[in-house]
Write a protein that binds this ligand. Sequence first.
Ligand SMILES: [Zn+2]
Length: 454
Amino acid sequence: MTTPPRELALERARSHRDDDLQDLFTLLRQPSISAQNIGVEECAVLEESLLRDAGLSVRRLDAPGHPVIYGEWLGAPGKPTVLFYGHYDVQPADPLELWHSDPFTPTIRDGRIYCRGVADNKAQHFSHIAAIRHWLKANGSLPCNVKIMLEGEEEVGSPHLDTIVTANKDILAADLVYTSDGPVTDDRYPEIEYGVRGLLYVEIEATGANRDLHSGHWGGVAPNPILALARLLNTMIDDENYVLIEDFYENVRVPTPGAQAALEKLPFDTAATIAGIGLTEMVPPADRSYAERIMFQPTLNIAGITGGYSGEGSKTVLPARASMKIDMRLVPDQTPDEIWEKISAHVDKHGKGITIKRLDGGMLPSFTPVEHPMGDIVRAAVERGFGTVPISVPSAGGSLPDSVWTQTLGLPSFLVPYGAPEQANHSPNESYRLERLYQGIETSIHLMDLLGQG
Ligand SMILES: [Zn+2]
């Protein structure tokens, strides 16, 4: 009896784990910080050689900004085509003093790889590359058609992704888009996410006098810009965390029955989740579940506020300016453009001496129906790869440029995080569990196998 190609691929993956680890380490050692333009081109070159070595034909897509790497294998006519998406850029590593090992020297401790970018997103998209490589080296051909696109600007909000996808619609045509990024919500279950929240990021600045002032000479005379920001915030969000910006909720979509049913089946333990971040309760409103908040509700979050003196000891200063940054997570059918109009009108109306500016373009929310037929294949692959029935999460809490797939390309898009909740994306000591690296590779092997049978 002949061994099925899938088994040959899995056997090869299991017997080449050290090779995979070394290749991943090479990728990890190369910093690729898009925000600071550090090492991005060098990392793109490494990705190209990895894809080539896996057996794909590789090129760069014509793109403004950091390189977009594209690889394909299209030798299975009549079979479905999967488009894998990933990003090779990473967040800055600061604050460096909080790392227990060098952020760009991959280090294994307690079954985890510690390195900036390992979870977000290098180990995750590497899992697809390794799966393709093992299958091709074991069998000579793939069971379905495969495309992979790796972006170098995800951590700065993917400013060119929509332009690139729009310009390369034919090249990127597929039957589904499959992205592994972010952590699962509950470590006990693998997870499939069918959408993401959108994002709008703004900076608000208040100014007072033409210079910082002596608070004894000028206090009670000149305006305090920090106070102006506090007063503005008070008009933007109430004690129940309801956003007061006019018509902010106007386009929030009522969840579909399928999405609502999936949400009700989620086995999340809210108390344990909250305890994990050192809290005993959620902020108001009390009648809204954890999952509902993360998936179906928009937020207005104050990400940072700066102004005046906050150094050691005291300085009696009346500052001339203060600023704050606000991120808003958006849900279908809100759009960054629409919310920008609404928040800037609000600031114009309520903030005397206050200006607002939009930082980058933001991201649209995105949505694939839980009931989409490709979902059955994805769920089966994940169950085989992780050995556990996955949960269906109608929407992730975070933001990814997923709408380029669902809206620009019109494809179903599945977000299948291979990472664990405690992997500390964007934080010091980002890490990735070795076990999840191997489970991810096997899941991607099963996905190609099941697509080939479909
Ligand atoms: Zn990230």
